[in-house]
Design a protein around this ligand. Structure first.
Ligand code: PMP
Length: 319
């Protein structure tokens, strides 16, 4: 991965390589962490974080669901994030806030182990590849089912939950596919390993409902708004696996991946990206880069990057 200069760690801006934790941190052993994946885009109004408030709210909610008391408010985390992006001299970047149970007590009921927090930001391009964004990806329905609310909390973006996504992603990548599609425990279509999924059939757009075992994606919400504003009715209902193969169009969306067409599922060709996918992709891109005034409230302006401090120091010494 590409490094940046600083990581925000428990209230301080720490040089990237020095942002470390104890090996007995609780989160490392049991997956007791919650996190977010956020993106900042260098748009029309300068660097801006897409739907920042929604990400901060989801982080807060994920923490509550796993009994983690966040040591910072959403406002404080938001302010620290904007400062981190500016301080790192970044304009386009991925942002990863993470709160986890730290070092101090082992065992499963480790109430006295403190909740620690970091925020990192670094440049990260198209998660599923530029080619996939343009022409679509090949996906495989996973043999692993998405975790259900019978045993975990699908709506929380929690570290431990990602073992499920990692199994599915690993299986699909080892089989030569770009992404995995997970079914839920009943066998209905759920989502990708890191994206929500939409199917277009006979002019209708269908996606699994918010109460399914999905992560309630922020890109998903944006895509639904875009579709509705274009006059489409988005139907939230269970989707049978066969509907994937017979779809006119399938696309996925997530913060890391953005809007990505799917061109083949389990060796059933779906073809080049269709009209609805193209429209959503174009409008989503307009929204993230500040070219869609109707969605300007989705942008949290960061301000111009500060000159990286290390450079300032060096130039002082040299001059
Ligand atoms: N589902 C899963 C399992 C994910 O990891 C993600 C990425 N956070 C998503 C869906 C999409 O969510 P978002 O659009 O909020 O990034």
């Amino acid at each position: 991965m590409e490094k940046a200069e600083y990581i925000w760690q428990s209230g301080k801006f720490v040089p990237w390589d020095e942002a470390q934790v104890h090996v007995l941190s609780h989160g490392l052993h049991y997956g007791t962490g919650v996190f977010e994946g956020v993106r900042c885009y260098d748009g029309e109004q300068g660097p801006a974080i897409f739907r920042h408030k929604d990400h901060l709210k989801r982080l807060d909610e994920s923490a509550k669901l796993y009994y983690l008391d966040l040591p910072y408010t959403q406002e404080e985390i938001g302010e620290a994030t904007r400062e981190l992006v500016r301080k790192n001299g970044l304009r386009d970047c991925y942002i990863r806030p993470l709160a986890f149970r730290g070092y101090g007590e082992m065992g499963l009921y480790a109430k006295s182990a403190p909740v620690e927090m970091i925020i990192a930001a670094w440049p990260w391009g198209a998660y599923l590849g530029e080619e996939g964004v343009k022409h679509g990806i090949r996906a495989k329905v996973s043999s692993w089912r998405r975790v259900s609310s019978a045993g975990l909390i699908p709506h929380a973006k929690a570290s431990g939950t990602y073992l499920n996504s990692i199994l599915a992603k690993t299986e699909s990548a080892n089989a030569g596919y770009e992404e995995a599609i997970l079914l839920d425990e009943r066998g209905f279509v759920c989502e990708g390993s890191g994206e929500n999924i939409f199917v277009v059939k006979d002019g209708k757009v269908i996606t699994p409902p918010q109460v399914a075992a999905i992560l309630d994606g922020i890109s998903r919400k944006s895509v639904m708004t875009i579709l509705e504003d274009f006059g489409y009715t988005v139907i939230e209902r269970d989707l049978a696996r066969s509907e994937l193969y017979l779809a006119d169009e399938v696309f996925m969306c997530g913060t890391a991946a953005e809007v990505v067409p799917v061109r083949e599922i389990d060796d059933h060709p779906l073809g080049e990206p269709g009209e609805v996918t193209r429209m959503v992709q174009a409008k989503f891109n307009d929204a993230i880069y500040g070219r869609a005034p109707e969605y300007s409230e989705w942008l949290d302006l960061v301000g111009e990057p500060e000159k990286p401090e290390a450079e300032t120091e060096t130039s002082k010494v040299v001059s």
